[in-house]
Design a binder for this molecule. Structure first.
Ligand SMILES: [Zn+2]
Length: 97
């Protein structure tokens, strides 16, 4: 998981998750106060990991299973939620200049 670039304090899983959920809000290190923003590549990765399974499920799997639109939507929201729980392990943050 991501460390502070300055004091090497480890950011918490919850801290990173809250940042992702609040549309990539920069994280301030609790130790030295340096602001860290999510990297462009990580933003791309997050969108990719959420959108691709949602599209595959919504366009291919759900129609095949005969699921109604509200059910499909509900499952997609749940999928996105569970996928987001593992995202803190993959995202990279950089210090804003
Ligand atoms: Zn720090």
């Amino acid at each position: 998981m991501q460390n502070c670039k300055f004091c090497k304090r480890k950011f918490g899983w919850k801290e990173l998750l809250i940042s992702i959920w609040s549309s990539y809000k920069p994280i301030e290190c609790g130790e030295c106060g340096k602001k860290h923003s999510i990297s462009f590549a990580s933003k791309f990765l997050v969108s990719f990991l959420i959108i691709v399974p949602a599209v595959i499920f919504g366009l291919l799997i759900a129609p095949d299973m005969g699921l109604s639109k509200p059910v499909t939507f509900g499952i997609i929201v749940m999928m996105a939620f569970f996928i987001s729980l593992v995202l803190p392990f993959f995202v990279k943050y950089e210090v804003k200049s």
